[in-house]
Design a protein around this ligand. Sequence first.
Ligand SMILES: [Fe+2]
Ligand SMILES: [Fe+2]
Length: 288
Amino acid sequence: MSSPATYFIHITDTHVKAPSGKPFLNLDTTAKLRAIFTAVRDLSIAPSFFVISGDLAHEGDIEDYRFLKTLIDEESAAFGVPIFVALGNHDHRAPFREGFLGEAPSEEPYYYTAMVGDARVIVLNSQIPGKVEGVIDETQLAWLRDQLITRAPGGTVLVLHHPPTPNTMPLLKDHGLTNPDALAEVIAGSDIVGVLSGHIHFNSIGVYAGTLSVALAGSAFNLDPTTPSSMKMFDSSGYSLCMIRDGKLIAQPMPMPGEHPMVLHWHVGASLHDIAEHPERIPEEIRS
Ligand SMILES: [Fe+2]
Ligand SMILES: [Fe+2]
């Protein structure tokens, strides 16, 4: 007989800005996030928790994180369930600590674990400050190894920003997690039912370390996953309805309705790696 299911919602890449800030891509990313919460409220399934897998704010400052915290607290209270967040490459640790967590500013990575019923959520911090690609550092790998000694009866969901799997977009081929084998070695044989990430702004689902890896399309905008040297950015949005049952994770991407027009076609060239040194090459619409 099947065990009862645990339902939860995965959201990623919200790229929120406080109303006083310059909107990323001229998109109302706050409205798009609110629309997702409204859509979830209309589902006939009630989630037990939410996870948001990074790029919470777009180059966030304290005001952005205070604003996001208010929004998250409102939605968490309305649903009566926790909302767990992870940091991405566009997040900044010190203002996040101060504005979102109400702690002293610090560059310490943000990682933690929480139980919801008999399911466990483990959030890692894969960002490398100032870099597009990600890593799980040795400290977090050791911490994770310790956590996984104890198994959660309902299974564990692992959340990080950078996908540990390859993807189809040549321009993003080396912008994921740079040490997927080290992480795979730690999680092999554990109770992890799935690894949830974002970052690439399109759905990319595959097998990783014997479990399910879901890099989810963003709530703020999305990309054509096939372009070799340009970024086609679309005004689309979505989330994933997830279910854990009998030690298995099912992830069901749920695109938000709309026409999804292309809002920017950026001819990047062969690589994104030198963009940090040449910000003048970044289109005005997405410059922070
Ligand atoms: Fe993002
Ligand atoms: Fe990202």
